[in-house]
Design a protein around this ligand. Structure first.
Ligand code: FO1
Length: 318
């Protein structure tokens, strides 16, 4: 690891982002890594408060995430969902028994008035997760999907119940205008040698985070490098609706489209090697650009990309 990269902050959302987080956790000491997680996907369901991206990151760092889904837990059993179905309850959002335990405890602590950052810390400690995991805010920020045909959908309703199919006119991060960064977030960004944007959905995972004024300000005012890894490879998202949203919003459906969307935040952008021919198009936009193998097919690929990033895009050795 480059000697000068002592503290790294990574902004992350769902499944794709959590892979890079796992790679960074494998090559950095825990006190060198802070993960700031999107909470725009959070919602109340079956009476419990669910935080999908927080849980995806925690389970991935704990090594207990569901291998196929990427969300929920590897050892998932579905007795509760089966019983809910028997009682004609909602089963469109699949909560495994073990995953439900996380949300039950979270909901109890939330009712007891425990701040969200403390709840995430308790869950991280109990899952044996060593790096610092912070929610972007302790205030509720809810991603709403305004569809082309005029619907105003809650994120999970659009993403899961409607399978992310209705074309999107605009996104709203309801509550972001009055939300503040969770304790520790602004400080971590300000002192970070390197801020990384994981290959998460730029609209659904990164935009809610930068919609919070003091986080956006901290990102704009920091002196060190801020580098994103493209979630679009060869014109396609490896998982999720990022490519479709680029098209819905009239942006180029490519890594360059993502660099355009995130541009004013970034000092650098990493494309996958299949898009190496587009590096010059990104540098023309006034940021550094590199191409490497960004597809993290397994744990060693996660570690390899993390090591490459720390050796290549980190601050110049002092
Ligand atoms: N995504 C689905 O497509 N179907 C599901 O049934 C589902 C259940 C689920 C339960 C807990 C959880 O933490 C995440 C879950 N997700 C499910 C993923 C969820 O929609 C996340 O918001 C995505 O990972 C996007 O970040």
């Amino acid at each position: 690891m480059a000697g000068s990269t002592r503290s790294v902050v990574v902004l992350a959302g769902g499944v794709g982002g959590s892979r890079l987080v796992a790679g960074l956790a494998a090559v950095l000491d825990p006190d060198q890594l802070t993960v700031v997680v999107n909470t725009g996907d959070d919602f109340e369901h079956l009476g419990v408060w669910i935080q999908p991206d927080v849980d995806t990151v925690l389970y991935r760092l704990a090594g207990v995430q569901h291998p196929e889904h990427g969300w929920g837990r590897a050892d998932a059993t579905w007795a509760v969902m089966d019983a809910v179905a028997d009682l004609d309850g909602p089963t469109w959002f699949r909560l495994g028994d073990q995953d439900l335990a996380t949300s039950l405890l979270r909901s109890q602590w939330r009712h007891d008035g425990v701040p969200l950052g403390e709840i995430v810390t308790r869950l991280a400690d109990r899952l044996g997760v060593a790096p610092t995991v912070l929610p972007m805010s302790e205030d509720v920020v809810a991603t709403r999907i305004h569809t082309v045909d005029g619907a105003d959908l809650a994120f999970q309703d659009w993403f899961v119940a409607h399978r992310a199919e209705p074309p999107v006119a605009s996104l709203e991060f309801r509550g972001a205008d009055v939300a503040t960064a969770a304790p520790g977030v602004v400080e971590a960004i300000a002192r970070a040698d390197l801020v990384l944007l994981a290959p998460s959905n730029p609209f659904l995972s990164i935009d809610p985070i930068r919609a919070i004024d003091d986080i956006r300000d901290a990102l704009h005012h920091r002196s060190g490098p801020t580098v994103a890894v493209s979630p679009i490879v060869g014109g396609r998202a490896l998982k999720g609706p990022a490519a479709q949203l680029l098209a819905d919003f009239g942006l180029e459906v490519s890594a360059v489209g993502v660099a355009d969307h995130l541009g004013d935040l970034l000092t650098g952008f990493v494309l996958d090697e299949v898009d190496a021919d587009r590096v010059a198009d990104v540098t023309r936009r006034g940021m550094q650009a590199w191409a490497t193998d960004t597809v993290m097919v397994d744990a060693s690929a996660q570690r390899r990309l993390a090591t490459w990033l720390l050796d290549t895009v980190g601050p110049e050795p002092s």
